[in-house]
Design a protein around this ligand. Structure first.
Ligand code: SF4
Ligand code: SF4
Length: 124
């Protein structure tokens, strides 16, 4: 990942259309049964690397502070994602569960790990 949508979300779904990799789903399509808000699939989010200077979802979001940084979706953080109750990682028929070890994603290297651990809001 990834960026994460918090419970500040008002479910306007404006972010869904602007994501270049279709990583965002509306509340009704979220794989989390306990989540009542729009959801970012960490196994798909590329932090807009190669597409935009700042994450397009956060640039579009009308709710300040709603979208925050989470850890890079890389093998180093495999256990974090696999054990997190914040995520239900998707599967592919050929490759199985798309964990960070199986399917790492790009991430913005200029965002510090401390900022990610603190779930700082994505600045736009
Ligand atoms: S940061 Fe970019 S790739 Fe990730 S969910 Fe937002 S719009 Fe999609
Ligand atoms: S644009 Fe912001 S408030 Fe609207 S659904 Fe996406 S995260 Fe939620």
């Amino acid at each position: 990942m990834a960026v994460m949508i918090t419970d500040l979300c008002i479910n306007c779904d404006a972010c869904i259309e602007v994501c270049p990799v279709s990583a965002i789903v509306s509340e009704g399509d979220s794989p989390r049964d306990d989540w009542e808000y729009t959801y970012v699939k960490p196994e798909k989010c590329i932090e807009c690397v190669g597409h935009a200077e700042v994450p397009a979802c956060a640039a579009e979001c009308p709710t300040e502070g709603c979208i925050v940084w989470d850890m890079p979706y890389t093998a180093e953080y495999n256990d974090y994602y696999v054990n997190s109750s914040d995520y239900v990682i998707g599967e592919s028929k050929k490759r199985g569960v798309l964990t960070p070890e199986v399917s790492p994603q790009t991430y913005k290297e200029d965002i510090s790990i401390a900022a990610r651990e603190a779930h700082e809001a994505v600045a736009v």
